[in-house]
Design a protein around this ligand. Structure first.
Ligand code: SAH
Ligand code: SF4
Ligand code: F3S
Length: 472
């Protein structure tokens, strides 16, 4: 299928709706002495965070002031996730709480979008159980927020926009959360249909942005002083395959890394089946590319990998990991692991533990398998009981914590460049930052370092964080 780039007229139409709402909101501000607030609540992955920055960008363009609490809002947009049951329950619970806010402010408009409501049964849940939600729109319809809002406000009827065709929408306003870390989507959707995963059903097929648009965006960010830029896609390794020309992710990364400036590039996520040595070579070649690779393994058992429809086996995975470690000895490798996939035996799980011992990840994100309605794995026999899942999950964490602790000891005494994020959330007395491999570093210093690179001499190495002091 050919990727559809949304015609400029469709984007312009949305800008016209934005202008209409802006005129109305400017009038409100003149009369009342304050601007209507808009609050965006985001669940899920970086893709959703990137979408929410567009939602906030459109809201700001429509004359709203972006506020940090729902109580101050005249517009609330809840951007939902469906990856695990827990994510959906959290979103539904938050939407439930907004009922009281709407009772206090009947002029409040509540919209729900994102992956959860790109599923028919969840649209029905909202329709019937959350009558105070004004409109719902799917992941393909993010750019239609202005139109939906205008129609809702002028006609009063509840709206459900879930039949929009998947496309690539360029030119929407973006209100970035940070002025030194940025997300740049390079592609949308997923073609892989891992049997446990809902993403292909709620994000559509793979669609790449044109490389010119991506390069211009990254150039602009570097010129604006952004220090850390993360290229996003469900599987960045298939970048360009839908475009029908000979230019892949490694080529794109190679070209982006040539941009002059003081910044570092990250990317996520890479599917191991498409991870190439060419890509590793590009990472090794450039100082501006983080020496970090997030390569989700999911399971260390070949038979489970097959049932997951992952299209690689352990030997291929280990081959690329070994190549990375040889080519880039200090590379930080991280992974996602699912515990308790249907049919996972003790032996399969042992395979995962063995993989951790062999690969020695710096960090993993681990998840207990959560059945997703409509995915093949949810219908598979031999679902693993919860108590077995939790027991395995704890063993996995214990092993990984030991490994991470051991690996981190090598940083003792090293001086590492860290991007400072300001006061730590857990202890505002100290500053917090991240290494190029995304490890957390705690240190003392002035808040003025926020958003800048600082050199830190490491004095203590823990499992989840390094501690150190600023050096010149
Ligand atoms: N596209 C990315 C991952 C997106 S989802 C990739 O392929 O790597 C992030 C992680 O959530 C996945 O890597 C997987 O480990 C986990 N995940 C996805 N579906 C899940 C489910 N049904 N239950 C538990 N974990 C799940
Ligand atoms: Fe889900 Fe697999 Fe696609 Fe990742 S590659 S989003 S895990 S289907
Ligand atoms: Fe969740 Fe959708 Fe991302 S399901 S993990 S927000 S792609």
């Amino acid at each position: 299928m050919k990727t559809k780039i949304l015609p400029i007229e469709d984007i312009n139409a949305q800008f016209e709706y934005m202008n209409l709402i802006r005129a109305e909101n400017d009038g409100f501000a003149m009369e009342n002495g304050f601007r209507k607030g808009a609050f965006v609540m985001t669940f899920g992955c970086q893709q959703n965070e990137a979408d929410s920055e567009k939602i906030a960008g459109m809201a700001q363009n429509m004359g709203y002031e972006i506020v940090d609490t729902p109580e101050k809002a005249y517009l609330i947009v809840v951007n939902t996730c469906a990856i695990r049951e827990h994510a959906e329950l959290k979103a539904l619970s938050i939407i439930g709480q907004y009922k009281h806010i709407k009772q206090k402010n009947p002029n409040l408009v509540i919209a729900v979008c994102g992956c959860m409501v790109t599923q028919e049964h969840r649209v029905n849940d909202i329709k019937f159980k959350y009558p105070y939600v004004d409109f719902v729109f799917s992941t393909a319809a993010i750019h239609k927020l202005p139109e939906l809002l205008f129609k809702k406000v002028s006609k009063g009827k509840r709206l459900y926009c879930n039949d929009e065709e998947y496309s690539v929408a360029e030119g929407l306003p973006i209100r970035r959360e940070s002025n030194y870390r940025a997300w740049v989507s390079i592609m949308y959707g997923c073609n892989n249909f891992c049997t446990y995963c809902i993403v292909p059903y709620v994000r559509g097929r793979e669609r790449s942005r044109r490389k010119e648009e991506i390069i211009a965006e990254v150039r602009g960010l570097v010129a604006d002083g952004y220090k850390d830029i993360t290229l996003l896609g469900q599987n960045v390794n298939s970048y360009g395959k839908d475009m029908g020309f000979d230019y892949d992710f490694a080529d794109l990364l190679d070209e982006l890394a040539e941009i002059e400036g003081d910044y570092i590039l990250h990317f996520m996520t890479s599917h191991p089946k498409d991870a190439t040595k060419k890509l590793v070579d590009v990472i090794a070649k450039h100082k501006t590319i983080a020496k970090q690779f997030h390569l989700p393994l999911q399971s260390g058992s070949d038979s489970i990998l097959k049932k997951m429809n992952r299209h690689y086996q352990m030997d291929k995975y280990l081959d690329i990991v070994d190549y990375m470690k040889t080519k880039i000895p200090d590379i930080v490798i991280t992974s996602d692991i699912i515990v308790g996939f249907p049919g996972e035996t003790e032996e399969d799980f042992e395979g995962t533990l063995e993989a951790l011992r062999r690969i020695r990840y710096d960090m993993i994100y681990s998840f207990i398998y959560s059945p997703r309605k409509g995915t093949p794995a949810a219908e598979m026999p031999d679902q693993v009981p919860n108590n077995v899942q939790s027991e395995r999950f704890n063993r996995l964490l214990a092993l990984q914590n030991d490994i991470a602790y051991e690996i981190n000891q090598k940083h003792m005494g090293q001086t590492i460049r860290v991007l400072c994020d300001g006061p730590s959330k857990n202890n505002p007395e100290v500053l917090c930052g991240r290494t190029e491999g995304n490890k957390i570093v705690l240190f003392n210093g002035s808040v003025e370092n926020t958003g800048n690179f600082v050199n830190i001499k490491i004095t203590k190495c823990e499992t989840f964080a390094l501690v150190g002091e600023i050096v010149d």
